[in-house]
Write a protein that binds this ligand. Structure first.
Ligand code: NIG
Ligand code: FE
Length: 413
């Protein structure tokens, strides 16, 4: 006897490509789906995936008619800065006056103003605030979400952020893979001493491992933040300490962070708006997942977007994420990101769905547990107020979820 059985799903996106790695290039245009599908689970674990006709003999406590509705796996957001204090609405007018993002940072604002607020905030305060944002992410269909530190820039506050993310995961019974982004900016007390600061952050590696606080190490490789050489050395020690690597690469200035990600075998390279021709080409021959964040380009008011179309045409595996953070992308709306991916990155709807499920799961090492609907996996499932998969990236700016199931339980409606 199942607990729940969804039947008559107009399209059931299983995202089951029949293998366990990310989808590259042309394979991203394949969308594994079942017309008139059904999916059933018990004790939070999927027991059946097939057609409604095949499900006719199954017994279930609840049978839910999903006629006219698209059903998909819970979406995976592989890049967020979920835990932080304060907000930055007071910087909007500076932005409107045309003060560049990196200049606001150099004046001690931007990331550094969030650092100040995060250092001041108590654990409980951060937990409450992050819970609010997490619930909103879930309401848009996300059931797995990566969370970075990087607003502490000192040992205690970096730990506090990661501990908050860990606690959140326990409280909500949701998978929140954690990334240590201590190398996010140079704090005021280390101004002009970036080398010393990176040494300090490296001291965290062992403790993070001991307390199981992070799986990934990330760095903001950017002009006036950390250069390629520093990033290379820092990430090489992180790799040696047993972490998987991520890089905020070529977000604003074309420095070569993308090439570095390829050279070091990072699991993902994120942003890539200013990636060089060489980098765009090389990505296609690598296993590095390009995590594209068009919400950030939109919100920073940039002209040029990451070359997503070209990357996929070159054979790259592309994933999409919100980059939810208080400065460059204050939104939890992954569906808006899907729309931007269609309009600005020129991805097709099929590629977009692969990018927010299977590829985003692989970008955080969750390819075998998230991003696809398969028997034996957790019942993280979204029912959409949409008749087909084309509809979600088409009708923009609103929330299309009908019901979000986390571990088989209805968590948002
Ligand atoms: O991914 N670029 C660096 N980090 C974030 C923004 C952080 C912030 O502005 O608070 C990003 O864009
Ligand atoms: Fe980011």
């Amino acid at each position: 006897m199942l607990d729940s059985l969804l039947i008559n799903c107009s399209q059931l996106l299983t995202m089951d490509h029949g293998h366990d790695h990310q989808v590259h290039g042309e394979e991203m245009s394949k969308l594994p789906l079942i017309e008139n599908g059904a999916i059933g689970w018990k004790d939070g674990v999927i027991q059946f995936v097939g057609t409604t006709a095949e499900a006719l003999n199954l017994k279930s406590k609840k049978v839910i008619d999903c006629s006219g509705k698209l059903v998909s796996p819970g979406l995976v957001d592989p890049h967020t800065h979920l835990v932080f204090g304060g907000s930055r609405e007071h910087e909007m007018s500076l932005k409107q006056q045309g003060v560049p993002y990196l200049e606001i940072l150099q004046q001690g604002g931007g990331i550094l103003s969030t650092v100040e607020a995060t250092r001041k905030a108590s654990f409980e305060n951060l937990l409450e605030k992050a819970s609010f944002h997490l619930e909103r992410l879930i309401s848009y269909g996300i059931t797995t979400v990566e969370a970075k530190s990087g607003y502490g820039l000192d040992l205690d506050t970096e730990l506090k952020q990661l501990q908050v993310a860990k606690q959140l995961a326990e409280e909500y019974e949701i998978d929140i893979p954690r990334t240590f982004l201590g190398a996010h900016a140079i704090p005021n007390e280390y101004k002009g001493k970036s080398e010393e600061f990176l040494q300090l952050m490296k001291q965290m590696f062992q403790k993070l491992k001991e307390e199981d606080l992070a799986e990934f190490v990330d760095i903001f490789c950017e002009e006036a933040v950390f250069n390629v050489e520093q990033s290379a050395r820092y990430l090489a020690s992180a790799k040696e300490a047993g972490f998987k690597l991520k890089i905020h690469a070529d977000e604003i200035v074309s420095l070569g962070g993308t090439e570095l990600a390829i050279e070091l075998g990072a699991i993902s390279a994120d942003h890539l708006i200013a990636a060089s021709d060489r980098a765009v080409k090389e990505l296609g021959n690598s296993e590095v997942i390009a995590v594209l964040l068009p919400g950030t380009t939109f919100y920073l008011n940039k002209e040029g977007y990451a070359r997503g179309r070209e990357m996929i045409d070159n054979g790259t595996a592309v994933a999409l994420a919100t980059d939810f953070n208080p400065g460059s992308s204050p939104t939890e709306n992954i569906q808006l990101i899907m729309n931007l991916a269609m309009l600005k990155l020129k991805l097709t709807p099929e590629e977009i769905w692969n990018a927010v499920t299977i590829n985003s799961a692989h970008a955080i090492n969750r390819g075998s547990s998230a991003g696809a609907l398969k028997v034996g996996r957790k019942a993280n499932v979204v029912v959409w107020n949409a008749p087909n998969y084309l509809y979600v990236p088409y009708h923009y700016g609103v929330n299309h979820t009908n019901t979000v199931y986390l571990n088989g339980e209805e968590v948002a409606k």
